[in-house]
Design a protein around this ligand. Structure first.
Ligand code: ADP
Length: 448
């Protein structure tokens, strides 16, 4: 007596929850199946925000932006490897996704920037809270309000087909028992594979030994499930390392701290990069330093403006000092050099021109309000740009680009949107935009 639904959504991150809510609202009977004992996946850990151009929140703040510019900058950041159709769909639908969240009580009206973007278009909670927890708790409220069923501790291992038609999924429960769940359509929203060291090393032997910022569930199982059905993959070698990861805890130090005005200094006490260059470039410069790590340095004003810092302080990740001298001493950096570096940077901020590294964004205010803070960081494995192939209707494509009917995918499990390098703030946009689309397309499919 198997349970039966119209649409099974595999994975309870941002993509899965957005898909489930959309499918429900369009009239489908939906279930979300999650292998971990908590909801939210890696989305819970998202920090910076959600990129979108030409939104109502930008207009309210007088920020002039264009979808075309957003497209171009994402394409440049992705080294022109992004799938043009998917990227076009993404930039065109981003403002609607911001509005959809807002209409569902999830307001992202604070705006900052991330590396590789020339305009403030990273939408975040106005309170300064990290976007991930805020988003998941908001989506869960919507799931609950609608009475959408969520099964936790249930690992989906297979999509079952009969005569090339999807009929359900196979699930292994926590106690090891196996059950079949019937479905007319399946949405795979299982996230990336950054936490699967074997898989990462298979594609990128050079990343052996790197820490990962991801939750344990980021194992790439969705890719394997879909490959069994014949799905194609793209860009599997494109694995992003995030430049600012605290190494003892694998804690990601949000890009929004740099967007808010923080700098990076070497053990010598010098800046060495445009801190808001794309993640691959900033990471490469840190790895090039003789010490292979760096300090992210900021002041009380930046702390006041970004709630994430409270978490870093409470986790004991920050070194705090009442003066630059004291900070230099605590970090064993030459105090003179650090003074000069900060003075010079402050001068750049006042002139809005970084003569050393050409930083043009996040030059918010001088670093001069005590206390001062530093966190020792180095790169860590953060995001897998590659994944299964889809079209703009989120239909999964086989290796010949034919549609695998009844099977949809959205979020990090998919490849192509981000090309060779994901821009900060584009993953949250990706999961909501394509999650919504998957929910809609799966529902249209079952109503055909
Ligand atoms: P996205 O950002 O693309 O939404 P997330 O990492 O936030 O991705 O969410 C993906 C979710 O899918 C995670 O919670 C993960 O534990 C879950 N998941 C991964 N593989 C499976 C699977 N085989 N069965 C059920 N859930 C899975």
């Amino acid at each position: 007596n198997a349970k039966a639904y119209d649409v099974v959504v595999v994975g309870s991150g941002g993509a899965g929850l957005a898909a489930a809510i959309q499918a429900h609202d369009l009239g489908a009977n939906v279930v979300v199946i999650e292998k971990m004992s908590v909801i939210g996946g890696n989305t819970n850990k998202a920090s910076a925000g959600m990129n979108a151009a030409e939104t109502k929140f930008q207009k309210l703040k007088g920020i002039v932006d264009s979808k075309d510019l957003f497209y171009q900058e994402t394409m440049i950041g992705g080294k022109n490897k992004n799938n043009p159709e998917l990227l076009r769909y993404f930039v065109e639908n981003a403002p609607d996704a911001i509005d959809w969240l807002d209409n569902n009580g999830i307001e992202l009206s604070g705006i900052t920037t991330t590396g590789g973007m020339s305009i403030d278009r990273t939408h975040r909670p106005a309170s300064g809270a990290a976007v991930g927890g805020f988003l998941i708790s908001g989506l869960v409220k919507n799931i609950n309000r609608r009475g959408i069923e969520v099964m936790l501790d249930c690992n989906v291992t297979e999509i079952i087909t009969e005569n090339h038609k999807v009929v359900g999924v196979k699930v292994t429960e926590e106690d090891g028992s196996i059950q079949t769940i019937k479905a007319k359509a399946v949405i795979i929203a299982t996230g990336g594979f950054s936490a699967n060291h074997e898989m990462v090393e298979k594609y990128r032997p050079d990343l052996k030994g790197f820490v990962t910022t991801n939750h344990k569930g980021a194992t790439g199982s969705g890719i394997m499930i879909l490959e069994k059905l014949g799905a194609g993959t793209v860009d599997m070698k494109e694995i992003q390392i995030h430049p600012t990861v605290e190494q003892t805890t694998s804690y990601l130090i949000s890009e929004s701290i740099r967007g808010g005005g923080a700098i990076l200094v070497s053990q010598k006490g010098e800046r060495f990069v445009n801190e808001l260059n794309t993640r691959d470039k900033v990471s490469a410069e840190i790895i090039k330093l003789p010490e292979h790590y760096s300090y992210i340095l900021f002041d009380q004003q930046i702390r006041d403006e970004n709630k994430s810092v409270e978490e870093y302080v409470s986790q004991d990740l920050t070194v705090q000092a009442d003066s630059i001298n004291e900070l230099a001493q605590k970090l064993s950096i030459d105090a003179n050099t650090l003074h000069k570096t900060i003075e010079r940077y402050n001068h750049f901020v006042n002139n809005k021109q970084d003569e050393d590294f050409g930083r043009t964004t996040g030059l918010r205010h001088p670093i001069d309000k005590a206390p001062f803070y530093a966190i020792k960081i180095a790169p860590g494995i953060h995001h897998t740009m590659g994944g299964v192939t889809i079209n703009t209707e989120t239909q999964v494509l086989d290796t010949e680009k034919n549609v695998i009917s009844g099977v949809f995918a959205a979020g990090e499990v998919v490849g192509g949107v981000h090309g060779a390098n994901r821009i900060g703030g584009n993953a949250v946009a990706d999961i909501i935009i394509f999650g919504m689309q998957a929910g809609k397309q799966a529902t249209d499919y079952i109503h055909q």
